[in-house]
Structure formats: structure tokens, C-alpha cells
Ligand binder design. Structure first.
Ligand SMILES: *Cc1c(COP(=O)(O)O)cnc(C)c1O
Length: 463
């Protein structure tokens, strides 16, 4: 498979380069040159597979020629061996025809583990073949940092440095990063905000000599390999509920649109998706867009679901490219307008194509609390505040009751104990793997919000 940029001015790459590149040279995002399609027979055959085998089938066309399917399956088996549930992504019924897809059984108790556990292994293979090393530097406000560390800790050819705002991440989130004791992992608490951390990262990417010297790489969800890995769990849930002989709806708590775009990918591969409910919190740029066709940035509001507190959705560019019939000029034009004037509008056929598949819905903090409480009262299931956005949205947008609705349970409720307690009056039970983290010693370096200090630290910690 070859990959091209959504903005049309970057070299076409193979899988390996796409994996190691992340963002395209022209500022665009990489997508496969064409969508592989599965037949109904192919999907039926997947219903009997366990999750690693199914994931390998879904991913195989994207890595064809780079890795053989049996080796890919072995890699997926290893990636998901540390999950706390044997089904990896179990489905739990939570209504007449509503299901929670539990995506939080990985090492850091959120769905990002599904992609990042595989990504670490893909990186190792690619770097070994290319005889290279990379330094992954990431800025995090919480979940991404811990999932990236868990996926990359101990990898031979990767060093990882995570920047987070000192004193501004929750204790659970901080400990999930700082208690990992591996020679290739460094946590840096920056004396500043999350935006300062992101600005530092951006400056490092702009510093070409530094970037090339350390082999700087990123692991945010613009990396195609993350999206590809996530498409697998849509297929897994759908075939268990009767696809391809029945349509399935999905509700996805969304921020950078990585998880939601993975649903688009599954759809493009032939999975009969009736509708995708794109759920947001008060940071509702996606919900407003799906309602009005206007994509316009506002400020970021802190909410009970912090992993969805974003201003723009970086993966949204991939959807724009698709619904404009892969017109790179049109996509580039929209992204330029976004940069210059903070927004753009989509109309006509592209908007109709978007609305055909997707519907948006926004939940503010009161609605999140009400949904956590309702779910606990009616089913006994405690959900986290992100999942609550998806669950509330699924109920409100009005889906045909004959269609099964799969709500993505994105994080374990114990990661957000205060939000849960504010809804149901008690804190969720803490799973064993989290309890351990609360006791282990922490490894962290506090640095000023200063580019040269951070770069010097990264250089000095190279192995
Ligand atoms: C990362 C994250 C999200 C947002 O996912 P995107 O792929 O960025 O849309 C939502 N909920 C939780 C718990 C997360 O960790």
C-alpha cells in the first residue's frame, strides 16, 4: 500500500516511511492511496476469530508487502497480551439494543493502548529494518502520554520523552507516566501550561538540526498507524452483533477525531455502519460542524472529560479530504482558511456525504453527570465522563431501535474518580493495576518552560 498526503504536495510513501514520518512535509496527513474492501464473506469469516487475529486481518491490507500476516498476527497477540480481559475489547449490554464496547482493559486503562501497544512494536520492526533510532517527544495533558510510554517502554530503538504541565495533570495520570521504570523513558514536568508544552514541541520540530540529530518523531493520532489499528475494534464489535448481515451504529466520544476517523475507515472498507454519533463535551467544534456545516474555533473550556478538551480536531482534515472526493486542493484551501480566519464552511455534496454517515451531539458537564447517574441507576454500570458523552448522545440523536448501538467506553471510570463521585456520590472501585501505580516510586525531571533547557535535557538523555 502507498500513502498520499491530504494536501497533495508531499511525496507518496510506503507504509514504513508513513509510520515513521507522522505529519506530511506539506502539513497534510497521510492516507492510503485507495481503500481496501472486504466482502460480506470476508466479514462473516472474521466473526469466529479472536481479537488479535481479527485485528491482523483488518490491518493486513495496509501493511501488505512490509510484513506477512502471520507475523503481524503474532505482533498483535503480543501487543494485547497484557490486557486485563481475555476478550481484549468486550461488549457489555447496557440497554435493550445498546452496548458498551470496553476499550479500557489495556495497561493505562484507556482506549489509546489499543493503538499504542501495537505502534511500539511496529516502530521497532521499522527501525530495525532501516537501522535507525528515533526519539519520540510528546506533549500531554493526560492520557496520550501514559499510553505512549506504556507502548514504547523498553523498545530497543526508541527513546521517549513526555512533557506535561507541572502540577496540572491528575495524580492518577501523572503516576501512570512517572512510575514507569525503563531506561528509554523520561518524564519532564514543565513549569507552564499544556499549551506551553505543545509550543515547546512545535519549536523542536521546527528546529531542523535538532530534529535530525535526535531523530525526532511524534506519536499523536495524526500517525496513520494509530488510526488503522483502531479500525479493528469497530469490525470486532460489528461482527459480534451480526454484521455484515445487519447494520450497526456507533457512538464515539471525540476530540482529535482519531477514534471517529477509524470508524470512517471501517465503513470505507465495507463495514455496514448505519450511523456514527460523534459525541463532544462543551468543546463542541465537531458537533457544531455536523449541525451547521460551519467549522469554527473558539477557546478551550475545561470540563469533566479533560481528554476531550480541544480547540481543533487534527484528524478532521482526513474526513474533509474524503468527502471532497479526495481533492487535495480543496482540502488545502479549507485548512488555509482555518489558519487565516479561524474557520470555514462546507456545503453541498461534501456536507451531504458527511451527514449521511455522521451526526453530532454535545453534552455539558451537567449532562455528563446526569448520564453517569442514569447509567448507574438503571444498569449498575459505572461509566467514565468521556463515555458518558457518547452514551448521552446515543440516546438523544434518535437511532432506529432495531439497530444495535455500540457506545465506545473510552476510559476506565477509576481514572476520573472525582468526576464520577460528583455524579453518583462515591468513587469507583480501583482496579489492581492502578492501585500498584499509586504506590510505586516516581521518576520525573522538573524543567523551566524554556526551549534550550528542554532540548539540552533531551540531548543529554540520549542512550
Ligand atoms: C484521547 C481520548 C479521547 C479523544 O479521542 P480522539 O481520538 O482524539 O477523538 C476521548 N476520550 C478519552 C478517554 C481519551 O483518552
Amino acid at each position: 500500500m502507498r500513502y498520499l498526503s491530504t494536501r497533495g504536495n508531499a511525496p507518496v510513501l510506503g507504509f514504513e516511511e508513513t509510520l515513521l514520518t507522522g505529519l506530511a512535509d506539506d502539513g497534510g496527513l497521510y492516507l492510503p492511496e485507495s481503500w481496501p474492501r472486504f466482502s460480506p464473506e470476508d466479514f462473516r469469516a472474521m466473526a469466529g476469530l479472536d481479537y488479535p487475529a481479527l485485528a491482523a486481518r483488518v490491518i493486513a491490507p495496509y501493511v501488505e508487502g512490509w510484513i506477512e500476516t502471520p507475523e503481524l498476527e503474532a505482533m498483535a497477540r503480543e501487543a494485547y497480551a497484557g490486557f486485563a480481559h481475555s476478550a481484549i475489547v468486550p461488549l457489555v449490554q447496557c440497554g435493550d439494543n445498546d452496548w458498551l464496547l470496553e476499550l479500557f482493559h489495556g495497561p493505562t486503562l484507556a482506549f489509546k493502548d489499543l493503538a499504542l501497544q501495537l505502534l511500539g512494536r511496529l516502530f521497532d520492526r521499522a527501525l530495525e529494518r532501516a537501522d535507525r533510532r528515533i526519539t519520540v517527544v510528546g506533549a500531554t495533558s493526560g492520557d496520550t502520554g501514559s499510553a505512549a510510554i506504556a507502548g514504547l517502554a523498553g523498545r530497543e530503538r526508541v527513546d521517549i520523552v513526555i512533557l506535561y504541565p507541572h502540577g496540572r495533570v491528575s495524580e492518577v495520570q501523572r503516576r501512570q507516566m512517572t512510575t514507569v521504570d525503563a531506561p528509554n523513558v523520561r518524564c519532564v514536568a514543565v513549569e507552564g501550561t499544556f499549551d506551553d508544552c505543545q509550543a515547546l514541541l512545535k519549536s523542536m520540530f521546527a528546529n531542523r538540526p535538532f530534529r535530525e540529530r535526535i531523530g525526532l518523531a511524534a506519536v499523536n493520532s495524526i500517525n496513520w498507524a494509530r488510526v488503522m489499528a483502531q479500525a479493528a475494534y469497530y469490525v470486532a464489535a460489528a461482527v459480534r452483533l451480526g454484521a455484515p448481515d445487519r447494520e450497526i451504529a456507533f457512538a464515539i466520544p471525540s476530540a482529535n477525531f482519531g477514534a471517529a476517523f477509524a470508524g470512517y475507515v471501517a465503513h470505507a472498507m465495507g463495514l455496514p455502519i448505519h450511523r456514527m454519533v460523534v459525541a463532544t463535551n462543551a468543546n463542541d467544534i465537531l458537533a457544531r460542524f455536523l449541525e451547521s456545516g460551519q467549522y469554527r474555533t473558539t477557546g478551550v473550556t475545561p470540563t469533566l472529560s479533560p481528554s476531550m478538551d480541544i480547540q481543533v480536531s487534527s484528524n478532521f482534515e482526513r474526513l474533509l479530504f474524503e468527502v471532497h472526493d479526495r481533492d487535495a486542493d480543496a482540502t488545502r484551501g479549507l485548512m488555509e482558511r482555518l489558519k487565516q480566519s479561524g474557520g470555514f464552511a462546507v456545503e453541498g455534496a461534501p456536507m451531504a456525504a458527511t451527514r449521511d454517515l455522521m451526526v453530532g451531539y454535545r453534552s455539558d458537564d451537567d449532562a455528563i453527570r446526569a448520564e453517569i447517574a442514569r447509567m448507574a441507576r438503571e444498569t449498575g454500570i459505572v461509566i467514565d465522563p468521556h463515555t458518558a458523552c457518547g452514551s448521552a448522545a446515543a440516546r438523544r440523536v434518535g437511532i432506529d431501535p432495531a439497530i444495535p448501538v455500540v457506545i465506545h467506553a473510552q476510559a476506565h471510570p477509576a481514572k476520573f474518580p472525582d468526576a464520577v463521585a460528583s455524579a453518583i456520590g462515591c468513587r469507583p472501585a480501583v482496579p489492581e493495576r492502578l492501585e500498584r501505580v499509586m504506590q510505586l516510586p516516581e521518576h520525573v525531571t522538573v524543567l523551566p518552560n524554556d526551549l534550550s533547557a528542554v532540548q539540552a535535557f533531551i540531548t543529554s538523555s540520549q542512550r
